[in-house]
Design a protein around this ligand. Structure first.
Ligand code: FMN
Length: 155
């Protein structure tokens, strides 16, 4: 199965998970780049506000066309209980090109997962698998078992 992993990452947590997943699934990897300035305290505050308002971002041109893939796996950090603006933009632009989907998200807190739910609502496609991890689990390499289960559902 031809698989594409698409993700956005502001500080590297979601990126680390996406890279590991790409190795295990032998998938192509697309990092969505948000052209807005998201670093520092101002960037953090703006990002939270933009996510809450469901604002679309201006993203850099992509390397891969999702229509060329059997499965697209979409990953985001949780921002204000929803997805990052760059991923909202990606799904907004390419939903029609995605045949099968799976989702993953990272989050700072232990609270219930909402970013995946918001991505699923936007796409209106049943996900083949979902994976939600805390940034602590990712950065301390405490995710292999959950990742293997997720990958197993997609192979
Ligand atoms: C603007 C902003 C809003 C966030 N909102 C939430 C939130 O609502 N719930 C949560 O658990 N974590 C929240 N976080 C924490 C991130 O989801 C978490 O640190 C994530 O793993 C960062 O991934 P990244 O390094 O790939 O950007 C927020 C982070 C940012 C920057």
């Amino acid at each position: 199965m031809k698989t594409l992993i698409v993700y956005y990452s502001r500080t590297g947590v979601t990126k680390k998970l996406a890279q590991k997943m790409a190795l295990e699934l032998d998938a192509d990897l697309e990092e969505v780049v948000d052209t807005d300035k998201r670093s520092g305290v101002i960037g953090y505050l703006r990002s939270g506000r933009d996510a809450m308002r469901k604002k679309l971002a201006i993203i850099d041109p992509l390397l891969y066309n999702p229509a060329d893939y059997d499965l697209v796996i979409v990953g985001t950090p949780t921002w204000a209980n929803t997805m990052a603006c760059a991923i909202r933009t990606y799904l907004h632009n390419y939903a029609k090109d995605i045949k099968q989907v799976a989702f993953f998200a990272t989050r700072g807190g232990e609270a219930e997962e909402k970013a995946i739910k918001s991505m699923a609502e936007l796409l209106n496609l049943e996900a083949r698998a979902e994976l939600s991890l805390t940034s602590r689990e990712v950065m301390r390499d405490l995710f292999q078992e959950k990742l293997s289960k997720f990958v197993g559902l997609l192979k």
